[in-house]
Design a protein around this ligand. Structure first.
Ligand SMILES: Nc1ncnc2c1ncn2[C@@H]1O[C@H](COP(=O)(O)OP(=O)(O)OP(=O)(O)O)[C@@H](O)[C@H]1O
Length: 548
């Protein structure tokens, strides 16, 4: 491996932060085992590792949220503040999460000065707004200070958080999956802003499962595996396959591991292919202001992608299919049977399995165990006469834990103690538990590590191979690669239809609104399909324009 180990402190160059020999235990779990990390001023440093490797735990230690059992943290070679001294920590470091932590009902100005009011002195609102305006201008953030935080876009929220942290004096900003909810333009603007700030000496620690981002944005990368520091190296000296190998512990990255056993074997008599009865069909399905009437057909054995950037309508379609949103018009049928609109329980009963985007709000009961969460949708099958047998629940959950490679101390562990990526696997386990006819997954691999991503997407393919169908709603190209065909949404309409041989460029252009259906059809023809075939492949029935 070309990678060098963490350079020893020379004393010549101060570090923005240095963590040494950090040990952190949660009950029997050793989350950090003598872990180390140092970040230089002005550096963009990536911290990567598989789900459960200890990244978030280190962030908690570096931001003063968790006290380590052993080890030391220094900022600019000075000891870290005492644990509990929040104000002192704020002057050193801040973590910007995917979901902005600002108080939603307060204005931007109020959020910026939160926690800074002293004693009982009257707050001078006009001066506060002026100060906020000046502060935002200083950091080049184009947001009106009187906007309520809840009305900010994800991108604006992140910028406000960064400005707030810098105004406290912090010179180290930790970004936890910052691009997960940004579209291409937002990512560009974030990257530009970070570059500007780095020139002023601000250091960034980026936690990401998007390895491409690591290469585009960072100059140094640290890999954690199983609670330990494995390697720190300049990104230019660590090719992607070596980086993945360091994360997984494999000598070579090797072929993706496949999760086995989570998916039932194909059912005899279940036909697949173009002639088979659709597992899912929508006719004229629509929601005003969100998406135009959509006729969609998913046949057994098929994985169909609904691609689109934020607010393109693809997520709204997915959430309407699973009953979370009520359509204004049109119908949904599973294996020919109509599904009652706008009802999640009916959708589940009809055979629609659902993997939500926001697992915290829609997916999991955090205080409950892995076993209880994984079996929430099948409680009726776990014992006679409405009872739930704990032994059956545990056995069922154990099968899911093994087949989806969920890193947990066992079926009884509360889900709140799992890492983010492992929580996502529990959500998928739950969706699969009922052996759905069609699985609808919205950004299913958000926050999931590179190896588990392959394995989860492999599970989706297996669901299809077993005679069901799947719909993947995502803007992640890796999610869409497993699809047999992809419909690209823009402004609530399907603007392009692709077979499985789309190019990154073509699909991204379509999602950005730079392709219309004609271009897509000609792209399909160029790729060797007839135009009719391209339309047929796309499963769009009825006359041209039925979706517009
Ligand atoms: N509050 C907690 N209680 C119990 N165990 C915990 C707690 N927080 C973390 N852990 C355990 O510590 C280990 C490290 O988790 P951590 O969240 O730091 O991983 P991670 O690298 O951030 O993973 P991901 O990429 O999935 O977010 C995991 O085994 C996790 O289950």
């Amino acid at each position: 491996m070309a990678a060098a180990d963490q350079p020893a402190a020379t004393g010549a160059e101060p570090t923005a932060v240095r963590a040494e020999r950090i040990v952190k235990r949660f009950g029997p779990t050793l989350a950090l085992d003598r872990a180390q990390l140092s970040v230089r001023p002005g550096e963009a440093h990536a911290l990567v590792g598989r789900n459960g490797a200890g990244k978030s735990t280190l962030v908690s230690v570096l931001t003063g949220m968790e006290r380590p059992d052993e080890g030391t943290v220094t900022f600019s070679d000075e000891p870290a503040p005492g644990y509990g001294d929040t104000a002192a920590w704020q002057r050193k470091v801040a973590c910007v999460y995917q979901k902005s932590m600002v108080v939603p009902d307060l204005t931007v100005a109020e959020n910026l000065y939160l926690g800074r009011f002293q004693g009982t002195a009257r707050i001078r609102w006009r001066a506060l707004r002026e100060d906020a305006r000046a502060l935002l201008a200083e950091y080049g953030v184009d947001v009106d200070p009187q906007t309520r935080a809840k009305d900010l876009t994800v991108e604006q929220g992140q910028f406000v958080e960064i400005a707030r942290a810098l105004s406290f004096g912090a010179r180290l900003i930790i970004l936890d999956e910052p691009t997960a909810q940004l579209d291409a333009g937002g990512i560009d603007r974030l990257f530009t802003k970070l570059l500007e700030l780095r020139r002023q000496g601000v250091a960034f620690l980026l936690i990401s499962h998007h390895l491409q981002e690591v290469y585009e944005l960072c100059d140094t990368v640290t890999v954690f595996r199983d609670a330990r520091h494995v390697v720190t190296a300049p990104v230019a000296e660590l090719p992607k396959d070596e980086l993945v190998a360091a994360m997984t512990g494999d000598a070579e990255a090797g072929p993706p591991e496949r999760a086995r056993g989570a998916v039932p074997a194909p059912r005899p008599g279940r036909e697949t292919g173009p002639g088979a009865e659709p597992v899912l069909r929508t006719e004229g399905l629509a929601r005003a202001g969100e998406f135009d009437p959509l006729d969609l057909v998913v046949r057994p054995g098929e994985v169909v992608g609904l691609a689109g950037a934020t607010a393109s309508g693809n997520t709204a379609v997915g959430e309407t299919l699973v009953g979370l949103r009520k359509p204004d018009g049109g119908r949904v049928a599973v294996r020919g049977r109509a599904v009652r609109p706008g009802s999640v329980p009916h959708a589940i009963d009809a055979g629609i399995g659902y993997v939500p985007e926001d697992r915290h709000r829609q997916g999991l009961v955090l205080g409950r165990s892995v076993a209880e969460n994984a079996t929430l949708t099948v409680a009726d099958q776990l014992g006679p006469f409405g009872t739930v047998l704990p032994s059956r629940t545990r056995a069922f959950a154990q099968r899911m834990i093994t087949s989806l490679d969920i890193k947990t101390s066992g079926p009884g562990q509360p889900v709140s103690g799992l890492s983010g990526g492992n929580q996502q696997k529990v959500v998928i386990a739950r969706a699969l538990a009922r052996e759905p006819s069609v699985l609808v997954a919205i950004r299913p691999t958000a926050g999931v590590d590179v190896k588990s991503k392959d394995s989860l997407l492999g599970v989706v393919r297996e669901v299809a191979a077993a005679g069901s169908g799947a719909v993947i709603v995502s803007d992640e190209l890796d999610d869409l690669r497993v699809c047999d065909r992809v419909l690209a949404f823009f402004h609530g309409r399907v603007v392009a239809e692709f077979g499985s041989d789309w190019s990154d460029h073509g699909l991204v252009a379509a999602m950005e609104g730079m392709a219309d259906r004609e271009t897509a059809a000609s792209a399909a023809v160029e790729a060797g399909h007839g135009a009719e075939q391209a339309r047929e492949n796309a499963g769009i029935e009825g006359k041209e324009g039925s979706q517009s």
